[in-house]
Design a protein around this ligand. Structure first.
Ligand code: BES
Ligand code: MN
Ligand code: ZN
Length: 466
């Protein structure tokens, strides 16, 4: 799909012209006002569409009127939601060329518009033997060229992440993630199981022991001249989470190919980083393995030693993400970067707390957390801060080791967070729990079903803002 910037879209020859209508205003298109508004009482509620044939009277076969809702309530998120709907509508009537004429929007919509049409264009049909070739080839819009081009790259990274997280676990194995990382053209090191053992990553390796897939520890690095900051991005990379010996019930296991969504996000960010060229050094770190109950699997009661020497009693093999992250965070801390940001589909508890509306965020530096929340808001994502009080560590006390990997059921997202904190040393750190937002079982209003690319827009914008 190509997005072409032109000065006046209204007279552009195309299959479909899309015009907007606020609830309390008419649209600029006369024929839309005559038929949609006056005759058919189209109100223009947010996301509502009205299709108007032009019977060869205009330069376009059809007009789609898209409702923008109440003008005083309109904002970039609503714009994105409406544009996704309108674009999907145009796709459904097999439009190949579409022009947008947007009137009365009081902010620069270039970025969110681009995200929206690219999101509407996304589908994961790789494994369908019959592919529907309903795709828009060309979009005309009046917008700011350089913002559109940058947003296109961010949206491409998001699609990269979604493809990876939608990929079944049989293909998206730890080795596959490692090979994808190697193909990104960055400075990349892949540590094998033996090398991880030498580095003392006893927590990470324990999780992968029950699987026939080899664990891989991935470290990608992007740098530029005189970086303003050095940032490590750490992604949870459990390519399948069966729960291990504490096996999950079937219904909870269904979506667990998505347990590498944090890793997929980091790979998505790294996939476009050279082209976007932020003024920061960025390390992408993934401890990738599969959590399976094979005959060598780690067991409840086992004691593991993490890279920083801390000992962990395994209380539940299904709390595996924090074990892999423990070693990854130790590794990131040793890089002596300025900030560490991890993303993980870490707890069902976070999903219980925030639903599918927001990722939970916590950390040891309130400014970093605040900045990320703000950047998320400006990118079309939602992060919500959860507390990280030291008392959450009380229930992690072990009789025979430094700590257990699980504690009280209550406040599970914060308990997981405080566990991770023990492995971050003297560095600003934020932890983003994307369990509720990384993969939708029920269709999301914009993103539909499946992987969402959570975190990509926010992280890329955050890096570009430095
Ligand atoms: N990968 C899951 C968390 C998860 C749940 C992600 C639902 C996405 C949707 C994680 O490894 C897990 O199993 N967590 C357990 C922790 C518990 C054993 C303390 C959970 O949330 O039940
Ligand atoms: Mn688990
Ligand atoms: Zn998991």
């Amino acid at each position: 799909m190509e997005i072409r910037i032109i000065e006046n879209t209204q007279n552009q020859e195309c299959d479909v012209l899309i015009v907007n209508k606020f609830e309390n205003e008419n649209t600029i298109s006369e024929i839309a006002n005559k038929y949609a508004v006056e005759e058919d009482k189209f109100e223009g509620k947010l996301g509502e569409t009205y299709i108007l044939p032009t019977y060869g009277q205009e330069k376009h076969r059809k007009i789609i009127v898209i409702g923008f809702g109440k003008k005083e309530e309109f904002n970039p998120n609503k714009l994105r939601e409406a544009i996704v709907k309108a674009t999907k509508k145009a796709i459904s009537i097999e439009a190949k060329t579409v022009a947008f004429k947007l009137e009365g929007v009081e902010f620069d919509y270039s970025e969110q518009f681009t995200f929206a049409v690219k999101i509407a264009d996304y589908k994961f049909d790789k494994y369908k033997s019959e592919k529907k070739d309903k795709k828009i080839d060309l979009i005309y819009v009046e917008a700011c060229e350089h913002i559109v081009r940058k947003a296109e790259k961010i949206a491409d990274a998001m699609a990269f992440t979604r493809n990876l997280a939608n990929e079944p676990a049989q293909f998206a194995t730890p080795s596959e993630l490692a090979s994808i990382a190697c193909d990104l053209g960055l400075e990349t090191i892949i540590y094998s199981k033996d090398e991880c053992e030498k580095m003392g990553m006893g927590a990470f390796l324990a999780v992968g022991r029950g699987s026939s897939e080899e664990p891989k520890f991935i470290h990608m690095k992007y740098t530029c001249e005189n970086p303003k900051k050095r940032i490590a991005l750490v992604g949870k990379g459990i390519t399948f989470d069966s729960g291990g010996l504490d096996i999950k019930p079937a219904s909870s296991m269904l979506t667990m190919k998505d347990d590498m969504s944090g890793a997929a996000c980091v790979l998505g960010v790294m996939s476009i980083i050279k082209e976007l060229a932020p003024q920061v050094e960025v390390h992408g770190i993934i401890a990738a393995c599969e959590n399976m109950p094979g005959c060598s699997a780690y067991k409840p009661g086992d004691i593991l030693t993490a890279k920083n020497g801390k000992t962990i009693e395994v209380d539940n093999t299904d709390a595996e993400g924090r074990l892999t992250l423990a070693d990854a965070l130790c590794y990131a801390s040793e890089l002596k970067v300025d900030e560490v940001i991890d993303l993980a589909t870490l707890t069902g508890a976070c999903m219980v707390a925030l639903g599918t509306q927001a990722a939970g965020i916590m950390g040891n530096d309130s400014e970093l957390v605040k900045n990320l929340i703000l950047t998320a808001e400006n990118s079309g994502e939602r992060f919500w801060e959860l507390p990280l009080w030291e008392e959450y560590a009380d229930s992690l006390k072990s009789d025979i080791a430094d700590m257990k990997n699980t504690g009280s059921r209550w406040g599970g997202a914060s308990t997981a967070g405080i566990f991770l904190k023990k492995f971050v040393k003297d560095i600003k750190w934020a932890h983003i729990d994307i369990a509720g937002v990384a993969f939708f079982e029920n269709a999301h209003k914009e993103l539909g079903k499946g992987a969402s690319g959570a975190g990509v827009r926010t992280l890329l914008k955050y890096l570009l803002e430095q």
